[in-house]
Design a protein around this ligand. Structure first.
Ligand SMILES: NC(=O)c1ccc[n+]([C@@H]2O[C@H](COP(=O)([O-])OP(=O)(O)OC[C@H]3O[C@@H](n4cnc5c(N)ncnc54)[C@H](OP(=O)(O)O)[C@@H]3O)[C@@H](O)[C@H]2O)c1
Length: 244
């Protein structure tokens, strides 16, 4: 049976990947920081393997790399947001974000690909965001890195598929954890995590390098690509301030 490693598997989009991949017959390796929650999730999926690891630490990334080497599919999904404008966020927290969103994604992809290339099958899905296409703070910049990195690696390693997944607003714990007030987001802009995952896996099977779930976000990203960057930056800065 193929094995899937999912980082951030206990909540939101990661939990939706776990549900779906378990139903599809994958053996799961679930990774997050909260050991109790991981143990509960593991039971749900017939005693899945768990890796308790903080991807903001060297030790946590090293533990995750070991699991990635054994996986046929790696879902680099763990991530978080910050509330506030750039100078409101302590620099340590910005660096933690880069470590989880960029360094961990880089190192887990690098750890996983050689065995996948040798087997001639396998893949990596890196969870980015629609924010990758609209400059705003470290979050958007880190997700832009994920998209660019995934597109580049996809060209470099034949036989293995690498895809960036770019969701818009999804109902998860993400905004509550960052204490963002999301009451102003119109309901058509909210996506369901299970639907995001179903769309992502469809796009992955079709060989897409970048997946943007939902017609409304496909249109928004298409528009964002046509407009000059200074205009999209102004737009996303103004829109983003509503959710702080
Ligand atoms: N929700 C959205 O609107 C949205 C939109 C676009 C992109 N995304 C992206 O989607 C991904 C998943 O977010 P979500 O919305 O599903 O968030 P979520 O519901 O808050 O879940 C986050 C998951 O990541 C784990 N995690 C957080 N920090 C970690 C760390 N340092 N080390 C290991 N695990 C960690 C959490 O478990 P522990 O706390 O136990 O570690 C949890 O399992 C993120 O990369 C996010 O940027 C989300």
């Amino acid at each position: 049976m193929p094995t899937a490693l999912i980082t951030g598997a206990t909540a939101g989009i990661g939990a939706a990947f776990a549900r779906r991949l378990s139903a599809d017959g994958f053996d799961l390796i679930l990774l997050a920081r909260d050991a109790e929650r991981l143990a509960r999730a593991a039971k749900e999926y017939g005693n899945a393997e768990v890796v308790v690891a903080d991807l903001a630490t060297e030790e946590g990334i090293a533990r995750a790399e070991e699991a990635a080497r054994r996986a046929d599919l790696v879902i680099n999904n763990a991530g978080f947001g910050h509330k506030g404008r750039f100078l409101d966020v302590p620099i340590e927290d910005e660096l933690t974000m880069l470590r989880v969103h960029c360094e961990a994604v880089l190192r887990l992809t690098h750890a996983a690909l050689p065995a996948m290339r040798d087997r001639g099958r396998g893949g990596v899905i890196n969870v980015a965001s629609v924010a990758a296409f609209f400059p705003r703070g470290t979050y958007g910049a880190s997700k832009a890195w994920v998209v660019s990195f995934s597109q580049g690696v996809a060209q470099d390693v034949p036989g293995v598929h690498v895809m960036a997944l770019c969701p818009g607003f999804v109902h998860t714990e993400f905004h509550e954890r960052a204490r963002m007030d999301m009451s102003g987001v119109p309901s058509p802009f909210w996506l369901d995590a299970d639907e995001v995952v179903a769309g992502a896996l469809r796009d992955f099977r079709r060989g897409l390098a970048v997946s943007v779930p939902g017609a409304q976000y496909k249109a928004l990203v298409g528009l964002g690509r046509l407009l000059p960057r200074n205009l999209t930056a102004r737009f996303s800065g103004r829109a983003g301030r509503k959710y702080r």
